[in-house]
Design a protein around this ligand. Structure first.
Ligand SMILES: Cc1cc2nc3c(=O)[nH]c(=O)nc-3n(C[C@H](O)[C@H](O)[C@H](O)COP(=O)(O)OP(=O)(O)OC[C@H]3O[C@@H](n4cnc5c(N)ncnc54)[C@H](O)[C@@H]3O)c2cc1C
Length: 395
């Protein structure tokens, strides 16, 4: 990230936060020709650099019970198509995105009936236009053709239209494209103060001149939300996720393996397997790799896929999922200020929803017609309490 902005420049849009939401907002704004800045403090625990990367319209916690939620996720997935097209045209042909499908596997006795329920739900999805693609019941033997390391007593369902992506590469590519379109990236910590119904912004104590600021500060958003009197809170949920390698074995075309216990496996280029992750709200902003975290991830991984015991352990990543107090993302202008838009609280769904939500935030900041009606996610909403509240245990 560069630091090239004279602080006396006036920007049309300044984005606080360089995760998937922030870079997507910066790209959307810069593409319109708006003078755009992105400010990132480089905090440890950036979720977009650690996330597993499952891009799926299907929540295994029953999340899609809400029609609005289903339509949001379906729009986010189709939005990826246009982002990938933009990146391809700009010379980023491979950003770690692959439509590899997903195997949902029943790993515990109590999950067997859920597999049947999911199969029925998936048929309803298809009928109501949620793009799940081909759905097929799978035996252990069939699943072992793509994942020979899996246990031999598992049943599963294959869902075709699910992708995996590399959050780090995607974020870097979207950020690079935003800069190529004219956005200025600044390293520093942004702060916000309310004067009447207008926000005043600073970077490391120096004034920042911007017509509108987008708050895409992930898990670090709470002080800004409180300043703006936004009733929904955002808190970090630490996730530790382990990267393994299977030397000499191609892994990049493998379907995602997902389970009802919240554990998953993804295959990436370079013989890489990614498996995780922990859900540790109690860790707050502690972004360390811990012995207990690695033990928990590897314990579950080897119970489900004992054949991975001989894999090399490459690294453990840690990210802080920005989970909102009602489980839904926050996007929109708060009532308290007329020059700010909030885009945060994407929890376990940020790599799926981030490009769409960031784009909507930029459209709102610039007064453009938003490409998706996200009114139900506004910052001054009453907390969403329907049965459709997101399961934090999905990714
Ligand atoms: C282990 C794990 C697995 C996951 N798996 C998936 C998955 O499979 N699929 C999926 O869709 N999602 C997944 N997620 C969730 C997803 O990664 C997050 O929801 C998403 O990355 C959040 O993006 P963000 O831009 O809001 O925040 P972040 O990526 O955390 O970025 C926030 C940025 O803001 C900066 N910042 C904060 N405050 C300030 C400030 N005051 N001034 C300047 N800069 C500031 C920080 O330095 C940081 O870089 C996973 C997350 C984890 C941790």
């Amino acid at each position: 990230m560069t630091s090239t902005a004279p602080h006396d420049t006036e920007f049309d849009v300044a984005v606080i936060g360089g995760g998937i939401v922030g870079v997507s907002a910066a790209l959307r704004a810069a593409r319109t020709g708006a003078r755009t800045a992105l400010i990132d403090a480089g905090f440890e625990g950036k979720a977009s650099a650690a996330g597993a990367g499952i891009v799926s319209p299907v929540g295994l916690g029953g999340d899609e019970a809400s029609r609005e939620w289903s339509s949001l996720v379906a729009s986010a997935i189709s939005h990826y198509g246009s982002i990938l097209e933009l990146l391809r045209e700009a010379g980023f042909p491979d950003v770690g995105f692959g439509r590899v499908g997903e195997l949902v596997v029943a790993t515990r006795e109590q999950d067997q009936p859920r597999l049947g329920e999911l199969h029925t739900r998936l048929k309803h999805f298809a009928q109501s236009g949620i793009p799940v693609g081909r759905v097929e019941l799978m035996s252990a033997r069939q699943m072992q053709q793509s994942w020979p390391e899996l246990r031999e007593d598992l049943d599963g369902i294959f869902i075709e239209n699910i992708a995996r992506m590399d959050g780090r590469r995607m974020c870097a590519a979207i950020g690079d494209l935003a800069q190529a379109k004219g956005a200025t990236f600044i390293k520093g910590q942004a702060s916000v103060r309310l004067e009447g119904n207008t926000c005043v912004f600073e970077i490391d104590g120096a004034p920042l001149r911007a017509r509108t600021v987008i708050v895409a500060a992930g898990s670090w958003s709470l002080p800004i939300l409180k300043t703006l009197r936004v009733p929904i809170e955002v808190h970090p949920v630490r996730g530790q996720i382990v990267h393994l390698a299977l030397p000499g074995i191609a892994t990049e075309t493998r379907p995602v393996v997902n389970t009802f216990e919240g554990h998953y496996f993804l295959g990436f280029p370079g013989n890489r397997i990614v498996t995780g992750g922990t859900h540790e709200p109690e860790a707050e902003f502690d972004s360390r790799v811990t012995a207990g975290g690695v033990h928990s991830v590897l314990g579950k991984a080897l119970r489900i896929a004992p054949g991975l015991a001989a894999a090399s352990l490459i690294e453990t990543r840690v990210g802080l999922r920005p989970r909102s107090s009602d489980g839904y993302p926050i996007v929109g202008r708060p009532r308290s200020a007329d020059n700010i838009v909030i885009a945060t609280g994407l929890g376990a769904w940020g790599l799926t929803l981030g490009p769409l939500i960031g784009g909507i935030a930029a459209e709102q900041a610039l007064g453009l017609t938003p490409s998706y009606d996200s009114g139900f996610l506004g910052p001054d909403r009453a907390p969403i309490t329907a049965a459709a509240v997101l399961s934090p245990n999905v990714k």
